[in-house]
Design a binder for this molecule. Structure first.
Ligand code: KIV
Length: 271
């Protein structure tokens, strides 16, 4: 029997056991009640209330503009929809980088106001003290290395990270530092599969990959990408499971046509 089925609610401890048992971890983003409910009842292990909400919900070009209160609103909606999965809430840009006190205060605000189970923040060595402080307050922390979208203006591109030896060595060191600081898992975004394998094998905590190959302990995708709501974003790592863009467009076109032609509502659809 899988660890997954034995346990009613997914906790950070469950994820640790899944890694030990070689059972892969599934994670998806969600930003609202209805999709969170669907994903949870489908059996997803983790829902990430990602700061990608800034892109896919608010239409911003980057993740930088989303505020702590906006993240809290999305997380509250997600938490109301779930029963079983673990909810991770992204700490938005500006809510943790200044110092460890601000980082802790933001993490506490997220936990108090959302009912989420954990937080995620981006970076390695530079956020390790904040990770320690947040973990010591009893808040589970997920790390995020590789392509870290909150630093897009520092790097200038969304291309694959850590292809060079120096950057790969820093990433390996950062992963170990995050584990030592008490992180319960680490997202590895857009790095070579061989590096993700090395990191995953060197850590006791699970790695969750996005564009980081099949050796990670779990995988995460942004719901809008995997459901085909976004059609312009087609990176090599993305598997699209549905073409919602086509299906929703077709359904709405049919509805418009039914209204215009007076086919809708019919006798059965009125009081
Ligand atoms: O915000 C987000 O959706 C993320 C995933 C890409 C991991 O951080």
């Amino acid at each position: 029997m899988s660890v997954h089925k034995e346990i009613k609610k997914v906790t950070t401890n469950t994820l640790q056991k899944m890694k030990a048992a070689g059972e892969k971890i599934s994670m998806i983003t969600a930003y609202d009640f209805s999709f969170a409910k669907l994903f949870d009842s489908a059996g997803i292990d983790i829902i990430l209330v990602g700061d990608s909400a800034s892109n896919v919900m608010a239409g911003h070009e980057t993740t930088l503009p989303i505020t702590l209160d906006q993240m809290i609103y999305h997380a509250q909606s997600v938490v109301r929809g779930i029963d079983r999965c673990l909810v991770v809430v992204d700490m938005p840009f500006g809510s943790y980088q200044s110092n460890t006190e601000i980082a802790l205060a933001s993490a506490i605000k997220i936990m108090k106001e959302t009912g989420g189970h954990s937080i995620k923040l981006e970076g390695g060595e530079e956020v390790v003290d904040s990770v320690k402080k947040i973990v010591s307050a009893g808040i589970p922390v997920m790390g995020h290395l590789g392509l870290t979208p909150q630093s897009i203006y520092k790097f200038g591109t969304y291309t694959v990270r850590a292809k060079e030896v120096d950057e790969a060595a820093k990433l390996k060191k950062d992963a170990l530092l995050l584990e030592e600081a008490g992180a319960f898992a680490i997202v590895l975004e857009k790095i070579p599969a061989s590096l993700a394998k090395e990191v995953s094998e060197s850590l006791h905590i699970p790695t969750i990959g996005i564009g980081a190959g099949g050796y990670c302990d779990g995988q995460v995708l942004v719901m809008h990408d995997m459901l085909g709501i976004n059609t312009e974003f087609k990176p090599r790592f993305l598997r699209q499971y549905l073409n919602m863009h086509e299906q929703v467009t077709g359904a709405v076109k049919q509805y418009i046509s039914d209204v215009k032609s007076k086919d809708f509502p019919n006798e059965q659809e009125q009081y």
